[in-house]
Design a protein around this ligand. Structure first.
Ligand code: TNX
Length: 521
């Protein structure tokens, strides 16, 4: 027993952990497979021989984009040529097929079968192949994520994975308003999120401290309103071409961008850019502090709605996804009746431009259109407005601040971040059920889960990485995996297997003492 345990530990240490190996060593029958994948798959059964990628291996794919993505990752770390054939009739050593998948896989799921002769991933849609590819990469040794050639061997345990998501919305939000992040920085985060099957990227594009998207009809928003950030740095903004590039990059990772223009509060950057938007006709100065709740668009002014119509119109035209986020949070400088009237009008504008509005859950104080989605960011498990909206058919994205906020500190010792919603260690981020968390907001009322990263204290990509990892994978698992797989000990073990991957990729992460990270990671 002790010898076998030592052997397994050794195999794990050299990256060969996997149920194929474990199955050989353990007397138990159908071993679970694999124990390295986050989010946990619906089912994973070990069986048959392991597959080892050989230097002469070939790739085939029914989808060019996913095939090219996989080839790019594998060629960089293995150094093998791995020729890719798109639409081949004979499967390659690794075959990505848009046929043969069980109906249960749905639009985003897949079936992965690995044996001596190769690996086959089958899905109904390219998104499913992409998610299956992420699982395959996590079944390979962690060095597969290296950007430079590593020695291998490149072994995948034998078995079958059947997998599909619990929720259709698995999101991450990046606040590019408090601190600006370049297109390359956003794309880096997209690549990291994609590893965990996140499929929505919510960009918080405007706030008191900065306006980050060029609007042709209101040019000062970006050129003046985007010229600073928290702490007084230079800020920045995305041209419409930049934004389009982000949308396209996200799409190549099967991720949909949800752009947010926060209103009626959180609008100092816009009010500073255009004096006529202010009730008193006077533009306030730009703001680089971190207070919230002091600004409001002028609800009684007709120009306000011309402004919103033109901004939303341009943004909607640049955004292929179904959602446009209107913020709506912390409007403490807007009266209750003004707020209700404002949210009513803005929903109509968003709908007129063909999008469904999303709002922070404060919007449930106002009557909502059937298509409007509420994003819960509270710290309680009861909210009568949200429950009433859900009872009325409103769908809810769950981002409880004391569980899902990636800007909260892990512990008092965490250098970055805030504490207003509490300290969030990784097991706290993992320890809640999005489908049963908020009274009256259960089952089909829950659209999914999102991890917001507010950036008052976040400045670099390393900062983003440190706050998102390992909590973002915890939230991604809550969004993807069936609740029946929920097990904190097993989760921490699977999470531990990610540490060497992040190391290989140069992703900084918080070495939580709750996770049994392998030595050296
Ligand atoms: C609350 S959450 C905010 C943001 C801040 C964040 C900091 C929400 C909808 N509004 O404006 O950045 O707290 O944690």
């Amino acid at each position: 027993m002790r010898i076998r345990h030592t052997l397994i530990t050794l195999l794990a240490a050299i990256g060969l952990v996997g149920a194929g190996v474990l199955a050989d060593a353990a007397p138990a029958a159908a071993a679970a497979l694999p124990n390295t994948v986050v989010p946990a798959p619906v089912s994973a059964v070990a069986g048959g021989s392991a597959f080892t990628l050989a230097p002469a291996a070939t790739l085939t794919s029914d989808d060019a984009g996913v095939g090219t993505y996989l080839a790019g990752v594998l060629r960089a770390s293995t150094g093998y040529a791995l020729p890719l054939t798109v639409g081949a009739t004979t499967p390659g050593s690794i075959a990505l097929e848009l046929s043969g998948a069980p109906g249960s896989t749905g639009p985003e799921g897949y079936q992965l079968t690995s044996g001596a002769s190769g690996v086959v991933i089958q899905a109904q849609q390219p998104a499913g192949l992409f998610h299956g590819v992420q699982t395959l990469l996590q079944m390979l040794p962690s060095d597969v994520m290296s950007a430079t050639v590593r020695p291998g061997p490149w072994t995948v345990p034998g078995g079958t994975v059947l997998d599909y998501p619990r929720f259709s919305y698995r999101g991450a939000m990046l606040d590019v308003a408090r601190h600006f992040f370049t297109v390359a920085q956003v794309e880096r985060y997209i690549d990291e999120l994609a590893l965990y099957k996140v499929n929505y990227l919510h960009l918080h594009l405007s706030d008191d401290q900065g306006w980050r998207i060029a609007v042709n009809s209101w040019p000062n928003l970006a050129t003046y309103g985007g010229s600073t950030e928290v702490g007084g740095g230079a800020g920045g903004f995305y041209t419409q071409a930049d934004y389009t590039a982000i949308v396209a990059y996200a799409s190549s990772r099967f991720m949909t961008v949800v752009p947010e223009i926060d209103m009626p509060g959180h609008t100092n950057a816009a009010l500073a850019s255009y004096a006529p938007l202010n009730c008193n006709g006077v533009a306030p100065p730009l703001y680089t502090g971190t207070n919230v709740g002091f600004s409001s668009l002028c609800v009684s002014l007709p120009l306000t709605y011309t402004f919103i119509d033109q901004v939303v119109g341009e943004l909607a035209a640049l955004t292929p996804g179904p959602y446009l986020h209107i913020g709506g949070d912390e409007a403490s400088s807007t009266s209750a009746s003004d707020y209700t009237s404002f949210i009513g009008q803005v929903q109509q504008i968003v709908a007129a431009h063909g999008k469904a509005a999303v709002g922070w859950h404060d919007v449930t104080k106002a009557p909502l259109q059937p298509s409007t989605v509420a994003q819960f960011w509270g710290t309680t498990t009861t909210d009568t407005n949200v429950a009433a909206a859900a009872a009325n058919g409103t769908k809810v994205v769950m981002s409880p601040a004391n569980k899902a906020y990636l800007d909260m500190k892990y512990t008092h010792k965490t250098k970055l971040g805030q504490t207003w919603a509490g300290l969030i260690e990784v097991n706290t981020a993992y320890g809640w059920d999005p489908g049963a968390y908020l009274s009256g907001v259960t089952g089909s009322s829950v659209l999914g889960v999102e991890g917001p990263l507010w950036t008052e204290t976040i400045v670099t990509s390393a900062d983003i990485d440190t706050m998102a990892f390992p909590r973002l994978p915890a939230l991604a698992e809550l969004g993807w995996s069936p609740w029946s797989t929920h097990d904190v000990t097993a989760f921490d073990q699977r999470l531990a297997a990610q540490g060497p991957r992040w190391k290989a990729m140069g992703v900084s992460y918080y070495h939580s003492p709750q996770v049994p990270w392998p030595a050296g990671s």
